[in-house]
Write a protein that binds this ligand. Structure first.
Ligand SMILES: [Fe+2]
Length: 272
């Protein structure tokens, strides 16, 4: 075989290998994307089940989830850790499926026995998620989303930094969102009052760093971009313009509410 022929054959096989590798890469990329989409739908389907069970949490999971990126970056969490927090924030109350409706929707205060049942929801949620390998880390965050910074929380009474950072973030976002939403036994608190309560409980129930970030003390970024409808930090891609300026929202639901009646939220608007 001549040297020239050998070189041609080598070139041809090299070319075919590159094409085959390229095709394999495209195939794997597409499969990965399909799997990611399926995975996201699974998350959303599961979170819509929680909302069926407890209508007061409607829209709540989406609002909490939207703020995570902001907090994760401020706390120096990696992209993977932020993803685990998003999964946990989406599914943190899935254990409420095990709490009877008459307790979950009771219009008055819960007695000790009823509260003991409610306190089991983080453990139930973590146990069911933990059986799925991909949700293992998120399951730990779910287990600890009701721990308090001073150790007075449940289910394990962890203190300070022993509580996973993701759980500390979810605790603040969850509490704020619960306070500013209507409940069976009370009306929603105004965002200013809810923020005062966060400050009062900073270092007790809540991680002071997370509260500080939430209130946007340092950068002022969150303060400038607060959603006028719910008072949560707005996200950059969720905005509307009014009088030539931009207003940010945490979710499509809040932007929709604002569009119906922008005047109602005029005082609360932080424009850029
Ligand atoms: Fe919870």
């Amino acid at each position: 075989m001549s040297h020239e022929l050998l070189m041609r054959l080598l070139n041809a096989s090299l070319f075919l290998s590159v094409v085959a590798l390229g095709a394999a890469a495209v195939y794997l990329y597409r499969r990965q994307r399909e799997r990611e989409e399926e995975y996201m739908s699974l998350l959303l389907a599961l979170s819509s089940l929680i909302e069926l069970k407890d209508p007061y949490t409607e829209g709540h999971c989406a609002r909490v989830r939207n703020a995570i990126g902001y907090f994760g970056a401020e706390l120096g969490l990696s992209k993977r850790e932020i993803n685990d927090v998003i999964v946990a924030a989406t599914l943190h109350d899935i254990g409420k499926m095990g709490v009877p409706d008459e307790i979950l929707q009771k219009p008055g205060r819960l007695d000790d026995e009823e509260f003991a049942v409610v306190k089991r929801h983080p453990g139930w949620g973590a146990d069911s998620l933990g059986s799925i390998r991909r949700f293992a880390k998120a399951a730990t965050l779910v287990r600890h989303h009701h721990e308090a910074y001073d150790g007075g929380g449940y289910p394990d009474g962890l203190v300070g930094a022993a509580i996973p950072a993701g759980s500390r973030v979810i605790a603040v976002l969850d509490a704020y969102d619960a306070m500013t939403s209507d409940r069976a036994y009370r009306k929603a608190l105004p965002p200013e009052r809810a923020r005062e309560i966060l400050i009062q409980n900073s270092g007790r129930q809540f991680d002071p760093d997370v509260v500080r970030i939430f209130l946007g003390y340092e950068a002022g970024e969150a303060e400038r971009m607060l959603d006028p409808v719910c008072g949560m930090p707005g996200v950059k891609r969720m905005f509307a313009t009014t009088d030539g300026r931009t207003v940010f929202f945490c979710s499509e639901a809040c932007r929709g509410k604002w569009r119906q009646n922008p005047e109602k939220y005029r005082d609360k608007m932080t424009l850029k």
